[in-house]
Design a binder for this molecule. Structure first.
Ligand code: IMP
Length: 433
């Protein structure tokens, strides 16, 4: 097994960062190919918390090369801040594509403006300018990382772009601000220059050498621009095939697609959430801080719900999942009863997969199967065999219902609090699996 894509199967925040970190120790290359600094990964190593937005979390391993490819959108100021926050020099280990599009300050303004116009129908975006930047890319207006060099050329291109955008921006960029803005871009362009490279070329060469490559999907499948809970989605394709396209890698080159799923469900931002807990049910779960359910990017508390199999069935198929990783099983440890949504009732019919429209998804009535809780701590468990019988029963049901084997189980935030169920670890080349 040489090339693996990792995707979230829910609305993001499934714990992909931790699973990527687990597999990164033997990876030669980690690739981040879509989205921008709207994503957030938290990795806990020996009690220290590391937060990432654009830089792949695999950077924590000293020998891994990390690539940010052309399907991403990059706020250069946010990226340089993330780079400077790293404790070691990344110059030789982080390379950024010339194809990636640049997020400008007016994209962030437009993001907030659209949210304000939408009022109570707002998406609940991260406010990082992601949607407007991808929109400008689709309109063929935008500028890319590679356009920053040589800077004199960028200066002209940026002035032209500002002229165009000023035609409809509510708060146009003032001529008097242009020079200081360009001076800031010149500075950031200089700082980023050592990182900007032919990232796709490096990736293709690594594939030819047979290196081990992890593709880290950002956000979650239900935030996919086409097949997520539209319009409450992000603006990139978050599915496995989208990850490939955004890295300039053909799907035939991928050996496995690992879907990361929480043992329950969370979501940040607005949008339908059929299995969302009511007030009393929510009180049975640990608080957001204790469960580490505060968004890495925006600091918002995540909404909680039971595991939703109609959604998981859909994302398993849409991604072509070959394996599942279940995270945060320990959060369910103290529950007397655990519910799983097995289908939806809608207008007298029972659905096994979600309806296309967000309004209909808002109207569905979940059909639940209830499991008895296991009521014992799982956070120190190191193998599937040692899990409580009721936890095994719960997990077996999930695997059977979505037709994908569970290969990794995580029972806490620490690197050591996870284990492989079958042969995935060995096939990936991890020692002792
Ligand atoms: P945007 O990506 O900032 O445009 O936000 C669109 C929606 O996606 C909002 O509901 C965000 O909260 C959500 N979102 C974007 N990125 C992530 C993520 O990495 N995890 C969870 N939610 C996200």
């Amino acid at each position: 097994m040489k090339r693996v894509i990792i995707v979230g199967t829910q609305w993001g925040d499934e714990g992909k960062g931790k699973i990527i970190d687990l597999l990164s120790s033997v990876a030669d290359l980690i690739v981040r190919s879509q989205g921008g600094n709207n994503a957030g990964h938290t990795v806990v190593v020996e009690g220290s918390i590391h937060k990432f937005h654009l830089i792949p979390s695999g950077i924590l391993y000293p020998k891994t090369l990390c690539l940010i490819t052309g399907g991403t959108v990059i706020d250069p100021f946010a990226l340089i801040e993330e780079i400077e926050n790293c404790t070691t020099s990344l110059i030789s280990r982080l390379k950024i594509s010339k194809y990636a599009h640049l997020i400008f300050p007016f994209h962030k303004e437009e993001d907030l403006q659209f949210e304000a116009i939408k009022g109570d129908k707002k998406v609940g975006t991260t406010g990082k300018g992601i949607g407007p930047c991808y929109a400008d890319r689709a309109l063929r207006l935008s500028l890319r990382m590679g356009d920053l060099y040589p800077f004199d050329r960028f200066r002209e291109k940026f002035k032209n772009l500002v002229k165009l955008k000023n035609g409809w921006l509510k708060k146009p960029v003032q001529q008097s601000d242009l020079d200081s803005l360009l001076a800031k871009y010149e500075q950031v362009a200089k700082k980023l220059e050592p990182f900007v490279a032919d990232a796709e070329e490096l990736l293709h060469e690594a594939i030819e050498r047979g290196e081990k490559i992890l593709f880290e999907g950002a956000h979650g499948s239900l935030l996919d621009l086409t097949y997520g809970t539209y319009p409450f989605v992000t603006s990139s394709s978050t599915l496995a095939a989208g990850v490939c396209a955004a890295a300039a890698v053909g799907p035939t080159l991928i050996d496995a697609v690992l879907g990361v799923t929480k043992a329950y469900t969370t979501r940040v931002g607005s949008g339908p959430f059929p299995t969302e807990l009511d007030f009393e049910e929510r009180a049975l779960f640990p608080g957001a801080k204790e469960a580490l359910e505060i968004g890495t990017t925006t600091g918002r508390e995540r909404r909680f719900g039971w595991l939703d199999l109609p959604l998981l069935r859909f994302t398993a198929r849409a991604n072509g999942l070959t394996h599942l990783a279940i995270t945060k099983l320990d959060i369910l440890d103290n529950l007397k009863e655990i519910k799983v949504c097995t289908g939806y009732e809608l207008d007298g019919a029972v659905l096994k997969t979600p309806p296309a429209s967000a309004e209909d998804l808002e109207r569905v009535k979940p059909v639940y199967k209830t499991f008895e809780g296991w009521n014992e701590p799982t956070c120190k468990i190191t193998s599937f065999e040692k899990l409580p019988a009721r936890a095994k029963e719960y997990l077996a049901f999930i695997a059977q219902e979505c037709g994908v084997p569970i290969e990794i189980i995580s029972v806490g935030p620490g690197r050591e609090q996870s284990f492989f169920v079958s042969e995935f670890g060995r096939l990936w080349g991890l020692q002792g699996c």
